[in-house]
Design a protein around this ligand. Structure first.
Ligand SMILES: Cc1cc2nc3c(=O)[nH]c(=O)nc-3n(C[C@H](O)[C@H](O)[C@H](O)COP(=O)(O)OP(=O)(O)OC[C@H]3O[C@@H](n4cnc5c(N)ncnc54)[C@H](O)[C@@H]3O)c2cc1C
Length: 365
């Protein structure tokens, strides 16, 4: 029997796995994909997310952005700048492979799995039923993304914990001067959401994020946008996936898990719903889930209770983002009209550049 089985080897799963293995616990990471694998994600890492990695990922940074261009409804732009980096550009395929290797290098085990058919809980352990057999552990962390099977099978039926999904679609566009582009959020496309342009080393990532699941989003939309903005409609690696937001724990007090099963990252719905930043929250929740399990294994209170309480600051952050998203996508013109003033956006960009979370910027105490 393992101490912990983690399902999903994205940032939430590997962050949890690394901390558990480093603390001397036995960990099995399961994923339905072999690594390296392409993950739908623009790979933008904020300073606060970079600070959370337990190891140096600087070798995977393709571009460091000190400026972010914001296009308002109607097309006028303003630029947010800081002398410190505002975002780092990476590629998830490489970053996730590196993180998984860190867990395996520290003593964790990784296995590709077929579809999980059940998760059953006993008094002192929990078991995952896979086509390769039954696997048992003291705890399970469900880190299997927004469409989480773990949430659907082991948590939702017991607690009615559910999440909301924001669709996102992205593609790579190979252009001659990728590094000449600025990181850009474009709110002028008439959707409750935005289009993005993120510069990488040899290509730019373009994409669409929608705060509402009914926003139509196709490769044609992206190709037309690329043609207008980048002068080519040749898209590569088109990939879409939902982002898990508004996990019920945010407002209702419901815990992100059930019994010996803890949810982390998008499976718990802890990405932020305004811009869809999920890597920071995946790392943070994965690390807090691991810490809660370590405390429980050492005789402390039940892991899920401990995890829920330790997520209070994250819930505050996500609640603020929820309010922000509600305002921004209902009245984008006035919101961005206000945000264009340096006195307003400068306060937030300084906080972000310093690696603070939204609640840390709004309540600096
Ligand atoms: C198009 C797009 C662009 C984005 N851009 C950014 C960005 O620039 N910056 C940012 O911070 N966030 C971004 N996000 C959000 C971010 O990608 C997610 O919030 C983040 O990846 C969540 O991490 P996770 O570990 O919870 O889940 P994931 O990264 O989704 O990892 C889940 C893992 O579980 C595995 N899995 C899934 N189902 C099963 C199963 N049934 N059995 C076993 N394994 C399974 C998957 O193969 C995957 O490896 C973006 C998302 C999308 C869709």
């Amino acid at each position: 029997m393992y101490d912990v089985i983690i399902i999903g080897a994205g940032p939430a799963g590997t962050a949890a796995g690394f901390d558990l293995v480093s603390a001397g616990y036995s960990v099995l990471l399961l994923d339905r994909r072999n690594f390296p694998r392409k993950k739908a994600c623009a790979g933008g890492i904020t300073p606060k997310a970079l600070d959370l990695f337990a190891y140096d990922i600087s070798g995977f940074i393709e571009q460091t952005c000190y400026e972010v261009k914001v296009r308002r409804p109607g097309g006028r732009c303003f630029t947010v700048k800081d002398s410190r980096p505002l975002c780092y550009m990476t590629r998830r395929r490489d970053l996730d492979m590196f993180s998984l290797n860190k867990v395996v290098g520290a003593g964790g085990r990784f296995r590709k799995t077929g579809p999980i058919s059940a998760v059953s809980q006993e008094e002192d352990h929990v078991a995952v039923h896979t086509p390769e057999g039954r696997l048992a552990a003291r705890y399970i962390i469900g880190a299997d993304g927004a469409n989480s099977r773990v949430r659907q099978m082991a948590v939702r039926p017991r607690t009615r914990y559910h999440i909301r999904k924001c669709p996102a679609l992205e593609a790579d566009v190979y252009v001659n001067n990728a590094q000449g582009f600025k990181m850009e959020f474009d709110f002028s496309q008439g959707i409750p959401g935005y289009y993005w342009i993120f510069p990488k080393k040899a290509h730019v990532s373009i994409g669409i994020f929608a705060a509402d699941r009914n926003v139509p989003m196709t490769a044609r939309h992206l190709a037309d946008y690329a043609a207008r903005r980048l002068g080519t409609d040749r898209l590569r690696n088109i990939k879409g996936y939902p982002i898990g937001v508004d996990g019920r724990g945010t407002f209702s007090g419901r815990k992100p898990g059930a019994g010996r099963v803890l949810l982390a990252g998008d499976s718990a719905g802890v990405a932020e719903p305004m811009l869809g930043e999920g890597i920071y929250y995946a790392l943070k929740s994965g690390q807090l889930a691991a810490a809660a399990i370590i405390r429980a294994l050492e005789g402390g209170r039940p892991a899920l209770t401990s995890y829920h309480y330790s997520m209070a600051r994250v819930r505050l952050d996500l609640g603020l983002y929820s309010l922000g998203a509600g305002l921004l996508y209902r009245i984008p013109g006035p919101c961005l009209g206000l945000a264009k003033f340096k006195g307003v956006h400068g306060h937030f960009s300084r906080g972000y550049a310093a690696g603070r979370s939204l609640s840390g910027i709004v309540f600096p105490f």
